[in-house]
Design a binder for this molecule. Structure first.
Ligand SMILES: Nc1ncnc2c1ncn2[C@@H]1O[C@H](COP(=O)(O)OP(=O)(O)OP(=O)(O)O)[C@@H](O)[C@H]1O
Ligand SMILES: [Mg+2]
Length: 222
């Protein structure tokens, strides 16, 4: 298994403790290498919390997380960041592009964190943007792009470092249906080229293109 979560718990602590939110409770989830998994569930059920933990952006309070055979709970923050930068590409509902940077710079940025040389960064970024059909928008700023184009930039950014895993949290949530379908097509293609894709969506039709679907209900995965 590429990903194995066992008896995972995550509580958001509030100062008074009365308003603590048990966002994840006894989560057990395995994802195989190369699998396309859809995670569905109502608003507030814990999907994004789960995604943040899967994506090594947050850590659980208890339980175990094995990523590619490595026990994440044993690692330092630095080691965790290293695995995250190398292994996981993110696509978010709100695109999360940096407004002051061009398309090309946005895509090249995560490669800089990975120590890739400038020349190679530009090459890889151009290649990824070509894959999502945006070669003609390299020097535009995010505000000069449509929503669908911005999400394609985000996909190019996610794949530029060739991570084995793509995590997408409601990637079509802010898009019209045509742009949404394009993005879904790209995720499918990425999976077919061997990447593990985890898609969070409350759109059951979108979830249908995955190999498998799990449901988060009140913090537990079924
Ligand atoms: N930073 C936080 N501090 C306190 N509570 C939080 C925090 N983030 C999320 N929560 C709570 O944890 C629960 C799960 O939230 P989460 O964002 O994971 O839901 P979600 O399934 O992604 O919802 P949506 O579909 O609306 O995005 C919710 O009840 C939410 O209010
Ligand atoms: Mg969410």
């Amino acid at each position: 298994m590429l990903i194995e979560l066992k008896s995972l718990y995550r509580t958001y602590q509030s100062r008074d403790r009365i308003n603590n939110v048990e966002a994840l409770k006894n989560v057990n989830l395995s994802v195989a290498k190369g699998e396309y998994l859809a995670i569905t569930g109502a608003s507030g059920s814990g999907k994004s919390t789960l995604m943040n933990i899967l994506g090594l952006l947050d850590t659980a309070d208890s339980g175990s997380y094995y990523f590619d055979g490595t026990d994440i709970t044993e690692l330092s923050d630095r080691e965790i960041s290293h695995i995250r930068n190398k292994s996981i590409g993110f696509v978010f509902q709100s695109f999360n592009l940096i407004p002051s940077l061009t398309t090309l710079e946005n895509v090249a940025l995560p490669l800089e964190y990975r120590g890739v040389s400038r020349v190679e960064r530009m090459e890889k970024a151009k290649e990824s943007l070509d894959m999502v059909g945006l070669s003609s928008r390299l020097f535009h700023k995010p505000s000069e792009l449509s929503g669908g184009q911005q999400q394609r930039v985000a996909i190019a950014r996610a794949i530029a470092g060739e991570p084995p895993v793509i995590l997408a949290d409601e990637p079509c949530g802010n898009l019209d249906s045509k742009s949404g379908n394009e993005i879904m097509g790209m995720l499918k293609t990425l999976n077919q080229s061997g990447r593990t894709v985890i898609l969070i969506t409350h759109d059951s039709k979108a979830a249908m293109q995955a190999d498998r679907m799990v449901r988060v209900e009140d913090g537990t995965v079924y």
